[in-house]
Design a protein around this ligand. Structure first.
Ligand SMILES: NC(=O)CC[C@H](N)C(=O)O
Length: 377
C-alpha cells in the first residue's frame, strides 16, 4: 500500500503524489534537473544541500543504487520529486532499490507528480521554496506553512555545514592506469595538491588523482597559513552548496593564497569564491542551471562543449576586475562560465568538468591545472 505525500510551494501550489522513501517532512529550494541519468550522484552531491530536486526524466530508479556511485557518504539533497518509480530496479551493479535507499537514509521523496507542470512553473517563477510531507499526517496546510517559512538560499553559508571536520589524504583515482605512474606508490605521486572541501564530489578527487595528484583534503575553514605550510604544488577549490557570498573565511583564505604564485583551480562554488576573492561579485540566478547537456563556449578557441551543470548563483561578468578575464560562456543564457586571473596561475569553471555521469568535453581543464603545476615547479 503506497502512502500519500504532498509537495507544497511557497506560491501556494500543491502537488499530490505518493511517498517514496522515508516518512517525514523536509523543506528547501525546489530546483529541476534535466539529466537523464545519475539520480544517485545528484542525491549525494553536497552542492544540493537544502535543495529539493525534481528530475524531468520521467522514469527514475530503473537501475537501483550501489555503493560505488555515491559522490559523498550521505544524501545531501533535501528531497526527491519524480514522475514514476519503476516497479523493478534492474542492473548488475544494483545493491538496492531507490526507495529503499531513501528510506535507509531517512530522506523523503514523492512520486507520481506531474514534473512537467512543476518544471514549467519553476522556469516561469524561478526556483521556489517548497516542502514535502510524506507518510502519516500529510496536510496541505502544514506543507504550505513550512514552504513559506523557508528563508531561501540567498545569504546562506552551507559550505561550513557539509565540509569535513578533519583533513584527510586521497590518492584513489586509478592513477596507476595513467602511463608513467604505473609503478609508483601513492606517496610517489608527483604533485601535492591541497583541496578545500566546501562540499567536494568524489569524482573531482579521482580525476585529480588520475593526473598524478596526491591530495590533502582540508576543511572549509582551514586558514591559508596552514595550507601554505603544507607546501602544496597546487590548490583546488571545490564545489559546494549555498550562497558563496557569506563564506567570508574562504574568501579571506583565497585572497591570501592569491598573493603567492601557487596554481589555483576552482570548480562551481570554488569558481564563485575565487571570483569573489579577486573582487568580482556574484548574483542569484532565476532558476539556475541543473542538467547534463548545457552548451558552453570557450571564448578563446570558439569551441563549444557540452557540459554538466548544477548552480543557482553565478559570477556577474560586468563585475570582473581588470586582472580577471572571462574564458567561457553559457550558450543557453550568455551567463559567465569560466574565468582566469591574468596576473596569477589561477582559473575556475562554473560547470562540472568531472561530470559523473555526464559529458567529458571539459575534462581537459584538469589537464590545464596539472600543466600550470608543472610549469610552476
Ligand atoms: N555545484 C556547486 O558548487 C554549486 C555552487 C553554488 N552553491 C550555487 O548554487 O551556485
Amino acid at each position: 500500500m503506497s502512502k500519500p505525500a504532498i509537495l507544497a510551494l511557497e506560491d501556494g501550489s500543491i502537488f499530490k503524489g505518493i511517498s517514496i522513501g522515508a516518512d517525514g517532512q523536509s523543506t528547501g529550494e525546489v530546483v529541476f534537473n534535466t539529466s537523464m541519468t545519475g539520480y544517485q550522484e545528484i542525491l549525494t552531491d553536497p552542492s544540493y544541500a537544502r535543495q529539493i530536486v525534481t528530475l524531468t526524466y520521467p522514469h527514475i530508479g530503473n537501475v537501483g543504487v550501489n555503493s560505488e556511485d555515491e559522490e559523498a557518504t550521505e544524501i545531501h539533497s533535501a528531497g526527491l520529486v519524480i514522475r514514476d518509480l519503476p516497479l523493478i530496479a534492474s542492473n548488475w551493479r544494483s545493491e538496492k532499490t531507490l526507495d529503499q535507499y531513501l528510506r535507509d537514509r531517512n530522506i523523503v521523496g514523492i512520486a507520481e507528480i506531474d514534473t512537467r507542470r512543476l518544471t514549467r512553473l519553476l522556469r516561469e517563477k524561478g526556483a521556489l521554496a517548497g516542502c514535502i510531507i510524506a507518510g502519516e499526517n500529510v496536510t496541505e496546510e502544514a506543507a504550505l506553512e513550512a514552504a513559506k517559512a523557508f528563508p531561501g538560499l540567498k545569504g546562506m553559508d552551507l559550505a561550513k555545514e557539509v565540509t569535513v571536520t578533519e583533513s584527510y589524504s586521497w590518492t584513489d583515482g586509478e592513477w596507476d592506469l595513467v602511463e608513467g605512474y604505473k609503478a609508483m606508490s601513492d606517496a610517489e605521486l608527483p604533485y601535492h595538491v591541497v583541496a578545500y572541501d566546501f562540499g567536494v564530489k568524489r569524482n573531482i578527487l579521482r580525476m585529480l588523482a588520475a593526473r598524478g595528484c596526491r591530495l590533502t583534503v582540508v576543511p572549509a575553514k582551514t586558514p591559508a597559513s596552514e595550507v601554505l605550510a603544507m607546501n602544496p604544488d597546487g590548490i583546488f577549490l571545490s564545489n559546494g552548496p549555498g550562497d558563496p557570498e557569506p563564506c567570508d573565511y574562504a574568501i579571506a583564505a583565497i585572497k591570501e593564497i592569491l598573493e603567492t604564485n601557487i596554481p589555483v583551480f576552482g570548480i562551481c562554488l570554488g569558481h564563485q569564491l575565487l571570483s569573489l576573492a579577486s573582487g568580482a561579485q556574484t548574483v542569484k540566478m532565476k532558476f539556475g542551471h541543473h542538467g547534463g547537456n548545457h552548451p558552453v563556449q570557450d571564448l578563446a578557441t570558439k569551441q563549444v562543449m557540452i557540459t554538466s551543470q548544477n548552480h543557482g548563483f553565478a559570477v556577474d561578468e560586468a563585475s570582473l576586475p581588470a586582472n580577471m578575464e572571462a574564458t567561457h560562456k553559457s550558450l543557453f543564457d550568455g551567463s559567465l562560465q569560466g574565468v582566469r586571473r591574468t596576473d596569477k596561475p589561477a582559473f575556475s569553471f562554473q560547470g562540472h568538468p568531472e561530470a559523473s555521469p555526464g559529458p567529458h568535453d571539459i575534462a581537459p581543464l584538469f589537464d590545464h591545472f596539472v600543466d600550470l603545476i608543472k610549469a610552476a615547479k
